[in-house]
Each structure stands twice: as C-alpha cells, then as structure tokens.
Design a protein around this ligand. Sequence first.
Ligand code: SAH
Length: 257
Amino acid sequence: MMNDLAIKQLPAMLELWQTTLKWQPSDRQITQFQKLYEAIIVGNRQQNLTRITTPEDFWEKHLWDSLLGVALLRTEAKLAFKDSELNIIDIGTGAGFPGLPVAIANPNWEVTLVDSTQKKITFIGNTIPQLNLKNIHTLVARAENLGREPHYREYFDLALIRAVGKPAVCAEYILPLVKVGGLAILYRGHWEDKDTANLDSAVSQLGSEIELIHAQKTPISESIRHCIYLRKHFPIADKYPRAVGVPNQKPLSKIDN
Ligand code: SAH
C-alpha cells in the first residue's frame, strides 16, 4: 500500500480531450483511468505489461490513443452506429488496450477482451473489480480459433486491434468476428499508400472494404497515428481464419494463398 501512495496522478487534460476528440471524461471516468494507471504500475512489478509508465505517456499512448479509434464513430456520419449498445471485441488486448479505456468511456457497450496469454488476462481479471466495471468480458484464446467458434463468429458490431501484427494479419484475425455490416478498426502508427494497396487485397478476400483512413497527431508528443476503418459487406468465406499461425506466416496479400 505504501508504494501505491507514491504513484503519481494522471493529468486530467479536460481541454485536450475536448479539442482533440470532442469528448470529456466524467469524474467517475477520471477515477477509473487513475485506478487503471495504478493497477498497471503495480502489475508491471510482477510482469512486463508496458514500457509506457510516466503519467503523460500513459495518458497519451494508452488512454488517448485507445479512444482515438472510437472517437470518429461519434463525429463521422458514415461510421455512426444506429444502436447505442454495441458488442465490441479487442483482439490481442495485452494489458487491456485499447479495450479497457474504450469500456470505461462507453459504459453501455459490452467489451470482450481477448489475449492468447493467460497472464495478461489474469491481470485484467484482477483489475476489473478495482475499476468497478460491469461491461467487460475476458477470454484466453487465439484469434484464429475464436473466429471459428459459432458463438463468436460474425457476432460483434465492432472489433479493435492494436499492435498485434501486420495489417493483413490483423484483418484476418478480426474480420471473421465482425457481423455483416459491422466495422473493424486497425490502430496503426505510420501508414503509406503501399500499405493501403496491400491491405486492400487482403480485406477484399475477407468480404470487406477499407471504408476510411484517419490520420491524426497525438496531442503531446505529436507523433502520427492512423486508424483504418474496415467495413464488412459479406459473410466470411469458410476457409478464414486459417489455422493457428498461418495468418502470420503467410499474410493474405495480392496472391490468394
Ligand atoms: N493491444 C495491446 C497489446 C499489444 S502486444 C496494446 O496495444 O498495448 C500483442 C498482444 O497480442 C500480446 O499480448 C499477445 O499475447 C497477443 N496476441 C498475439 N497474437 C495473438 C493471437 N493470434 N490471438 C490472440 N492474441 C494474440
């Protein structure tokens, strides 16, 4: 407990939230962000959860970055959902990013956090009660297996994925989980036209299309972020996702392999 008292306060950044993402956290959400930060700092002493540990870095690279991807759903007409209660999945969530901040900011969304590493999910499971969150579900699973389970296949309105692999690999992990008409968001840093061309071909094999690419600088360190919005138009072909490991070893590309 003594150690926990030494953990610094996160900056509130109310103005910056408002000007950059057109949103502000409530007092309850500010408390939940702080508790999440404390849990990560304490958890980092037991296992390697993140290298991002100063309050400003944590605010920008974990909280703000996580919420950037979903902010556009409020401000961009063609990304808007009619329903306000969405079923969301975050694949390869690690210590809970982007899914945990997204669940904190949107208490009426049900958020399923998935990672293939038991230790990461155990950490999240221990953290949820401290945050007083009711809208989180956790699963230890490989994306390739989950996408073949009838209960999860084409079940989610929205799927998120950050820092898990190449864009085409991420697309194969998450698009099988999205319902027809739903969206997937790839959280990326740097992005070039050739990345779009590569991803285009993978995404069309998965019955989907790149709907929008959003570029924005992070508010403190001004590093570039890209959010790639994929719209699922058709049911996924039976052969996807391929067996565990295959999407990563042979990413979908121009050649249908
Ligand atoms: N999304 C988090 C963590 C990124 S690290 C963040 O942005 O901070 C990548 C995570 O993906 C690791 O925790 C790893 O265990 C998980 N992962 C990698 N391949 C996976 C797969 N095929 N299915 C599920 N989880 C996977």
